[in-house]
Design a binder for this molecule. Structure first.
Ligand code: KIV
Length: 279
């Protein structure tokens, strides 16, 4: 087995400029979500370039049915935790539902709180409708990652998790949205659950990197929810997820072994215990 690739000592911190340069060179960018310091540290050691502190935390970490109930306080806690575990990766904080929609002023205040907590950038869902907000944030020095296609905060409008951008009208809307976000100053855009042909066309039109999730192989970057790809989140497995490990199975097996050993008096042994005599 190869040891994990550690890029930390080989090169400096990843910045938005690094990602731009990677797109120019045609080098794929690798993104995963994380919500805690321990996981973030492992991702960093593995050479993951961008850690997205996604509001998917609401579903995989907090057990909500959707991302709608996630609050700023939850996200700030996750961002600060991830920051403590990370040395090299670029950290992007996902702005939760209603933290940027009510007004540009609220968006700036909340995005600023993300940066103070340790994020290097924020992510907003939406296309043309977040143009002015994105422009304002970027204008104040806050890098913005866009997110179009299936945007989970709009799940009640969509009524389900179907592919977005099939057909001419939806395809055009997404292309226009991507171009608007680039014009507004986004440094990258997530394309979630869109046909790979459309993702390919958007990627070719944009100077900034596209980050695909269920958007096929032609995007500049790929992102997955870490608990999906590790096989830790078992409620449902979207078709676009590839499982690289079976952590839920291993965890359950280990816990059952621990239970059996405790019940049988096999754990702890004296080797795991302290004597009254100092050693
Ligand atoms: O919240 C999240 O994890 C996301 C990714 C799935 C892109 O938005």
């Amino acid at each position: 087995m190869c040891p994990p690739r550690t890029t930390r000592l080989e090169s400096g911190p990843v910045t938005v400029a690094t990602l731009q340069e990677m797109k120019r060179r045609g080098e794929k960018i690798v993104v995963l979500t994380a919500y805690d310091a321990l996981t973030a540290g492992m991702l960093d050691e593995a050479g993951i370039e961008v850690i997205l502190v996604g509001d998917s935390s609401g579903m995989v970490f907090a057990g909500y049915e959707t991302t709608i109930p996630v609050e700023m306080e939850h996200m700030l806690y996750h961002v600060a935790s991830v920051k403590r575990g990370t040395q090299r990766a670029l950290i992007v904080g996902d702005m939760p539902f209603l933290s940027y929609q009510p007004s540009i002023r609220e968006a700036i205040t909340n995005a600023g709180r993300f940066l103070k907590a340790g994020a290097h950038a924020v992510k907003l869902e939406g296309g043309r409708e977040v143009f002015e907000t994105t422009k304002a944030l970027v204008g104040f020095g806050i890098p913005v990652m866009g997110h179009i296609g299936l945007t989970p905060q709009s799940i009640n409008k969509f009524g389900g998790y179907r592919v977005r951008g099939r057909g001419r009208d939806e395809g055009k809307e997404l292309m226009d949205g991507a171009l608007a976000l680039e014009q507004a100053g986004c440094f990258s855009i997530v394309l979630e659950k869109v046909p790979f042909e459309l993702a390919k066309r958007i990627t070719a039109r944009l100077k900034i990197p596209t980050i695909g999730i269920g958007a096929g192989p032609y995007c500049d970057a790929q992102v997955l929810v870490v608990d999906d790809m590790l096989g830790r989140f078992e409620k449902f497995v979207p078709r676009f997820v590839k499982r690289y490990a079976e952590v839920a199975r291993i965890t359950k097996e280990a816990c059952a072994r621990y239970r059996d050993e405790v019940k049988a008096g096999k754990f702890p042994t004296l080797a795991h215990s302290f004597s009254a005599k100092k050693k």
